[in-house]
Design a protein around this ligand. Structure first.
Ligand code: UDP
Ligand code: MG
Length: 313
């Protein structure tokens, strides 16, 4: 079997040599399969490109793809999966946060034939900022309530997949990719292996709090239309409330003969403000979806490569 290990890299010049050593280790441990390492350089601003090239010059199992600019990890993963030729393909981060030492066991699990995917899951978030863990947990709670597919908390992009799974993932050709959702959406039999959170080998995380927040919103919008439905329910709810309020005044006027009373101005104002805000929020939600449609309708490629390793065949 040929096993491809796909590594998206963005500014990972320090971590790459460490990772490569670990991957070589895996290769020497698993002797009954051949390997290829597919590095995708996602428009790094440091020397990542040179590091990858020098690895490729020494090691014929190293293949690479250079992006013309930074397209994001999602695009890098897609490109890597597309380039990989293996019968089994794994995606792992360049920073050693996805322990390569798990790979031999993952291969054994796939070989049993009872699993199509062996995916890693973090059971702790040790070493991560508290606020980030808190919001990450909330995000998984919310998205799982809204979506039909189950996205496991702590699930990483680190997973070993058989060829049919990868082909299924590649066939999902949307531009705005939310891989955690796509992985869950394609189905197949998944085995979870759990590991503790590992800190980066070198360099720093590319995610700021806000970029994660935007990622979360994007994930929800690309995987479920539940927010649209919620805005319908809210609309219906408030229309009913308004109607009940009207009814109350009409009945009061007929039965109790109380007509216009001047007090009530503050409540009126707050209703107007509240409902105005609600309308804007719902418009915003609709806008998010229209934005997605707009981007998808351009049918731009997911990434642009400026250079790639040559293959003999
Ligand atoms: N990455 C990428 N493109 C980006 C950002 C990140 O290819 O625009 C890669 C990065 O090199 C690493 C992986 O995605 O291999 C995970 O990134 P990071 O470690 O910054 O994320 P975290 O582990 O903090 O979630
Ligand atoms: Mg990381």
């Amino acid at each position: 079997m040929l096993i491809s290990l796909v590594v998206p890299c963005y500014n990972e010049e320090e971590a790459l040599p460490v990772l490569y050593a670990a991957l070589k280790d895996v290769r020497s441990q698993v002797t009954d399969h051949s390997f290829e390492f597919v590095f995708v350089n996602d428009g790094s601003r440091d020397k990542t490109k040179d590091v990858i090239k020098s690895l490729a010059a020494e090691d014929p199992d190293v293949r690479y793809l250079m992006f013309s600019r930074n397209f994001g990890k999602e695009a890098a993963m897609y490109a890597g999966l597309e380039k990989a030729k293996g019968d089994c393909i794994a995606i792992l981060d360049a920073d050693m946060q996805d322990p390569p030492s798990l790979i031999p066991q993952m291969i054994k699990d796939i070989e049993t034939g009872s699993w199509d995917i062996v995916a890693a899951r973090r059971v702790t978030r040790k070493g991560e900022p508290k606020i980030r863990s808190f919001f990450a947990r909330k995000f998984y709670r919310i998205i799982n309530k809204m979506c039909d597919v189950e996205i496991a908390d702590g699930a990483r992009d680190f997973r070993l997949m058989t060829r049919p799974v990868v082909d299924a993932i590649l066939s999902v050709s949307e531009r705005q990719r939310f891989s955690k959702g796509i992985f869950a959406w394609v189905g197949f039999r998944t085995k979870w292996v759990e590991h503790e959170n590992v800190e980066r080998a070198a360099g720093e995380s590319k995610w700021s709090f806000w970029s994660l927040f935007r990622y979360a919103i994007d994930g929800i919008v690309s995987f479920t239309t539940a927010p649209l439905r919620i805005s319908i329910y809210l609309g219906i709810g408030f229309a009913c409330l308004g109607f009940a309020y009207l009814l109350y005044y009409v009945i009061r006027a007929i039965i109790l003969q109380i007509y216009n009373t001047v007090p009530g101005y503050p409540s009126l104002l707050s209703f107007i403000l509240f409902i105005g805000g609600l309308i804007l929020m719902c418009l915003g939600i609709i806008g998010e979806y229209i934005g997605k449609i707009y981007i998808e309708s351009k049918r731009r490629p997911i990434y642009i490569a400026s250079e790639e390793s040559k293959d003999e065949d």
